[in-house]
Every structure is written in structure tokens, then in C-alpha cells.
Write a protein that binds this ligand. Structure first.
Ligand code: DX5
Ligand code: ZN
Length: 225
């Protein structure tokens, strides 16, 4: 599985959003992560389809929309139409998760499912064959710049095992607290899509932050079990 850096615009300077997103891809970010929050499912508000539509004009890489919202079915068509490539929904927010994942596919997007830190991977047993990616939250969703929760490593490793045993192909994504000190461990545990907000956009040069993080992630693959 290919290691990819997935910069999260949540920590970017929104007055320079297009330029910063481009710098992150120049530094090696090959997918762009857009955090969508509704103030209900998580205690914060962010952006919606208009921002996705604007980014689509200046960004060549796939856009990974992480919906931290209630009733995602209501908004999936609009995100797809705005230019989302991947759409992920929280297991905790979906009463009819199977239906929601099919809805995402029916709009031409790659479906992903997300679990919060307190949700066990076993909750996903019945949908693993439907998803393009599983996103393991390694912080409680809602804010950038939080501390990585170490038990996420066990969840990533368990998912990698389940994937091998069942010969499935979903990709494993991790989101929250990924930086130069934690990226090696998440890669060794089996994650390959590495979301990073603060570590890329929080300080210093976006391009070189991205490049250093990707380099650290790739060097950890050599140490994988
Ligand atoms: C948090 C978001 C993350 C956030 C991660 O709810 O889902 O994508 O941007 O930020 P960092 O990398 O700063 O922990
Ligand atoms: Zn996210």
C-alpha cells in the first residue's frame, strides 16, 4: 500500500487557502483533506460545499471530505457536485450506514467510514467490504492541534489484520495529532493515508513541513514488521 500525506486545511490560513493548499501539494501532499463540521455532531463549525467548489478550481489532487455532521445523507449530493472525490462519514452519525455508503458511491465518490476514539473497530465488520477507506480518529474530532491518542495504534493494527484475513482492499487513514513524533508509529502500525493539519500548516513553511513529514513517514515503512 502506498503511503500518502493528506494535508488538512483546518489549520491553514483561510485568507490564503488556495495558495496554501497548493504549497501543501508541492511538498508532497497527494490528497487534500477538508474537515466539515456542523456544530452539532462536533462542537465546532467549518466549511461546506462552496469552499470545496472553489478549491476544486485550483487543486489537482483528490479532495477527501471528512463529514463530521449529523444527517450526512442530506449533504452528500451537494459535496459530490461541488467536486469532492472521497467522502467519509462517521459510523456514530449514521443510523443506516450501509445505505449512506451506497449513496456516496452512487454519486461517483469513494466512500469512507470514520470511527471516533471510543468506537471499537468491530463496529465496522459489516461494512469493510463497501468502503474505499477507513479513517481512524486519533483525537476526538472537532479541533486541530490536539494530542495523539496512543490506543489508536492498536486500532490501526487491528484493521490491518482484519483486512489481511478477509483479503479486502480498503485503505487505512489516520487523523489527529500526526506529526514528526508520531508519524513513524502510525505507519508501522499499518496506516497509509496520513492526515496532518497543524504539522503542515501550523507554523513555518508549508511546503517543507509537508516534505519533511512525508519523508519521515516513508522512512518508517522500512521499519514495518
Ligand atoms: C479534527 C480533524 C482533523 C484535524 C487534524 O477533528 O478531523 O482533520 O485537522 O488536525 P491535527 O493534524 O492538527 O491534529
Ligand atoms: Zn479530519
Amino acid at each position: 500500500m502506498k503511503i500518502e500525506l493528506v494535508p488538512s486545511i483546518l489549520s491553514s490560513d483561510f485568507s490564503q487557502l488556495g495558495a496554501q493548499a497548493q504549497q501543501a501539494s508541492e511538498g508532497g501532499g497527494s490528497v487534500l483533506h477538508v474537515d466539515v463540521m456542523d456544530g452539532h455532531f462536533v462542537p465546532n463549525l467549518t466549511v461546506g460545499p462552496p469552499v470545496v467548489r472553489s478549491l476544486r478550481k485550483v487543486i489537482q489532487v483528490p479532495m477527501d471530505c471528512h463529514l463530521m455532521i449529523e444527517n450526512p445523507d442530506l449533504f452528500i449530493p451537494e459535496f459530490a457536485e461541488a467536486g469532492a472525490d472521497w467522502i467519509s462519514v462517521h459510523q456514530e452519525a449514521c443510523e443506516h450506514l450501509d445505505r449512506t455508503l451506497h449513496l456516496i458511491s452512487s454519486h461517483g465518490c469513494k466512500p469512507g467510514v470514520v470511527i471516533n476514539p471510543a468506537t471499537p473497530v468491530e463496529m465496522l465488520t459489516e461494512v469493510l467490504d463497501l468502503v474505499h477507506h477507513v479513517l481512524v480518529m486519533s483525537v476526538n474530532p472537532g479541533f486541530g492541534g490536539q494530542k495523539f491518542i496512543p490506543n489508536s495504534l492498536n486500532k490501526i493494527a487491528a484493521l490491518a489484520r482484519m483486512r489481511g484475513e478477509r483479503k479486502l482492499e480498503f485503505r487505512i487513514e489516520v487523523d489527529g495529532g500526526v506529526d514528526l513524533t508520531t508519524v513513524g508509529d502510525v505507519v508501522k502500525a499499518g496506516a497509509e493515508l496520513l492526515v496532518a493539519g497543524n504539522a503542515v500548516f501550523g507554523h513555518g513553511d508549508v511546503r517543507s513541513n509537508a516534505a519533511k513529514l512525508l519523508e519521515a513517514a516513508r522512512s518508517a515503512t522500512f521499519a514495518r514488521a
